[in-house]
Design a protein around this ligand. Structure first.
Ligand code: ZN
Length: 701
């Protein structure tokens, strides 16, 4: 489902989710000193006012505003080791574009050279990942090293060192999200492209800060990836084991998915679901005994919190730790605090978005936090929640329990069994080449004209994937997008086809948004929720592409209700994530214990406000269980927004009647702000109305 490697120079923005360079534990360094980070050299003020007078005299008063802005922008990033006053003044005299013709040339050349840089870096990345991404036989140890290498890692540093970044900052405007939202609708495409150009250089984070962030991310990722619960060793009040031997579930994903799976286990499922909820609550509150984490040598009753040496074995593991129920010592929150302290070190180097919260909302999502919060609250407070809850309750035949936030009984029915679909697909697509050849036909079925279908198909290369599949766009117009799909020896199966259609949606978007964009600096979509929403449009029509009838109204209604209930669940989780990051910024000296207490309180408050009225139970802490909250640096709000955007785009496609031309129109807008993109695409800004309207229709008798 993933779209891979949208590689850009925006390393600094991405630094907060950078891959771990090393998983080695390092002690937390003391906070860096913001004062030195932003302090300008003492000669700076005198130099800038001298340059201002001199260059206005030279180029005319109409350049004054641009010049003042450019000087201000470079002084924010210039450090003593970039050069003395003479170097600075010489740099400005030489590189300020004092007339429109020079500025145009500069803009065009930066745009085309950066396309070359991004494009070729991406090409190297694709080649270096070839062995690990594609079904090309065994991997050797060095292949992993190639795959882990990023040739663009130091480009941003290089551009500040050789001063190309300063050339951009001297001549093109840095903007805040407020300015982009307020003025963006009236900007020309060129103004948008200039804005994106400047944004590539809107922070200059020192290597040691990036390293600290990467190390914290690595350590939290590792903490999460080893947080397993051995289910056979959970016992109930009667000492019974409810789960099978060897079942090892990773928190929180596998635990949650086991709750979902147990809905089909009739009466047997309920005690298991209750037990998993109890385990989750112990993790959030950190009352879980340390010794039971990832340890099959201990039996644990999560209700009484009693632990014993394992009375039955399902592994060879033994434990040397004393078997007591001493709780995990707030490690969960110590890990999160380390993420916070590392992320905070970047603050002084990011003048237009000086907190991680700002960088997430104003740069990555480009939706103001207050607006996003209001959208979440609109879903959470909707009367449709109670109506959907009533329907779930009647299907379950019992009152709701808190874990029912993960109810998964809304299922689109199908006329065909998976086996029948597998057979159809395998016959049609015995090889990856067969799929490649059929792309123009598939696109014509989706409403593209034969010309456009052929044009896009010529820009997509199908490769056999090692994993389940992904889409890898290109970063320059002379390259093609790659569709990676899994084809078994017996041919493609239905699941593989369904994924291939989704990935093809990514590839088509990537092609239009790069090759048919008037400015390559604007290639892409506003954020990842948009690219996923566009891919889901394709995926939702996979049956028709096989020549089968589209899902009927009832089946569509089930899908809508499933999406609505998931959005309701994840909206609360997102509010907890946001609340916790605010609390950390408000309490920068907090201990892990204090963060534990605060997270528990925030989880309860949001539960009591939006869930207790439906579930009739107060003070539940389940919303705090997501692992992303610990290792993903405020990523969770992307999920509910993704659902809303998907519905908006889907509704617009239905209104337009035909997908092809509408898809192309949307994809060509490129990377402007989400609201502006959505207004131009659908007539309304980003919001939950389309989701709520569809849910209302799905609930109608
Ligand atoms: Zn995807």
């Amino acid at each position: 489902m993933k779209e891979r490697l949208r590689l850009t120079l925006l390393a600094a923005t991405l630094a907060c989710v950078a891959l771990p360079l090393t998983s080695e534990e390092i002690p937390m360094q003391t906070a860096s000193t913001p004062a030195t980070a932003t302090a300008s050299p003492s000669w700076m003020n005198a130099s800038t006012s001298r340059l201002q007078d001199e260059l206005v005299a030279k180029y005319g008063t109409q350049q004054r505003e641009r010049l003042e802005r450019g000087l201000h922008q470079i002084t924010e990033f210039w450090r003593a080791d970039d050069g003395d006053a003479a170097t600075f003044e010489d740099f400005v005299r030489t590189n300020f574009a004092g007339n429109q013709a020079t500025l145009d040339t500069m803009f065009n050349r930066f745009q085309s050279l950066l396309e070359q840089l991004d494009g070729h870096m991406h090409e190297i990345n694709r080649a270096f990942n070839q062995q690990s991404d594609l079904d090309l036989g065994p991997m050797l140890p060095f292949d992993e090293t190639f795959a882990g290498y990023d040739p663009s890692a130091h480009v941003l540093d290089d551009f500040f060192n050789n001063k190309l970044a300063f050339t951009v900052l001297l001549n093109f405007p840095l903007t805040t999200l407020d300015e982009r939202l307020k003025n963006g609708p009236n900007w020309t495409r060129r103004q948008w492209a200039e804005t994106r150009l400047a944004q590539r250089f809107d922070k200059r984070i020192p290597a040691d800060v990036n390293l600290a962030i990467a190390q914290a991310a690595g350590a939290s990722g590792q903490y999460i990836s080893q947080y397993n619960i051995w289910m056979y060793h959970l016992t109930d009040f009667q000492g019974q084991r409810l789960f099978p031997p060897k079942m090892r579930l990773l928190s929180h994903w596998n635990l949650r998915d086991e709750i979902k799976a147990n809905y089909s286990d009739g009466q047997g499922g309920l005690p298991k679901q209750r037990m998993i909820q109890q385990v989750m609550e112990r993790i959030v509150t950190q009352t879980i005994p340390q010794v039971v984490i990832n340890n099959p040598a201990v039996d644990w009753n999560p209700f009484t919190n009693e632990v014993k040496a394992a009375a039955a074995k399902d592994s060879d593991a033994t434990t040397n730790s004393p078997i007591t129920n001493a709780p995990e010592p707030d490690t969960r929150y110590a890990v999160l605090l380390r993420d916070f302290n590392a992320a905070k070190k970047a603050d002084p180097y990011s003048p237009t978005a000086p907190t991680l919260i700002d960088r997430r909302f104003q740069e990555d999502r480009e939706i103001p936090e207050a607006r996003l919060k209001a959208m979440l609250e609109q879903v959470l407070g909707s009367p449709l929640v109670a109506q959907t809850a009533k329907l779930i309750q009647s299907r379950l035949g019992r009152p709701l329990e808190p874990f029912d936030i993960w109810y998964n009984g809304f299922r689109p029915g199908s006329k065909y069994t998976e086996a029948q679909l597998d057979e159809m697909v395998a016959k049609k697509y015995p090889t990856a080449e067969a799929y490649q050849k059929d792309i123009p036909n598939l696109l014509i079925k989706l409403g593209f004209s034969p010309d456009r279908a052929q044009y896009v198909a010529n820009n997509i290369i199908v490769d056999p994937a090692r994993g389940s599949g992904h889409a890898m766009g290109s970063q320059m117009r002379s390259e093609k997008a790659h569709l990676r799909t899994r084809v078994e020896k017996t041919g493609m199966n239905y699941k593989g086809f369904n994924i291939a259609v989704h990935e093809m949606g990514h590839n088509v978007e990537q092609t239009f948004s790069l090759n048919d964009n008037d400015y390559t600096l604007l290639q892409g979509v506003p954020n990842t929720a948009f690219t996923e929403a566009l891919a889901f449009v394709f995926q939702g029509h996979d049956l028709e592409l096989l020549g089968l009838p589209a899902p009927d109204v009832k089946s569509q209604a089930e899908k809508t209700l499933n999406d609505f209930w998931s959005t309701y669940e994840i909206a609360g989780v997102a509010l907890v994530d946001m609340g916790v990051w605010h609390w950390m910024y408000d309490h920068p000296q907090a201990t892990p214990k204090q963060l534990d207490q605060a997270t528990v309180q925030i989880s309860k408050d949001i539960w009591n406000r939006y869930y207790a009225p439906v579930f009739h139970k107060n003070d539940v802490v389940l919303l705090g269980i997501y692992s992303h909250m610990i290792d993903s640096f405020l990523y969770l709000p992307d999920y509910p927004i993704g659902h809303m955007i998907a519905f908006q785009i889907e509704e617009q496609m239905k209104k337009a009647g035909s997908i092809g031309p509408e898809f192309e129109r949307m994809a060509r807008m490129g990377r402007i702000t989400p609201d502006l993109w959505m207004e131009r695409a659908t007539g309304r800004p980003v919001g939950p109305e389309a989701l709520l309207d569809a849910t209302q229709r799905a609930l109608a008798p």
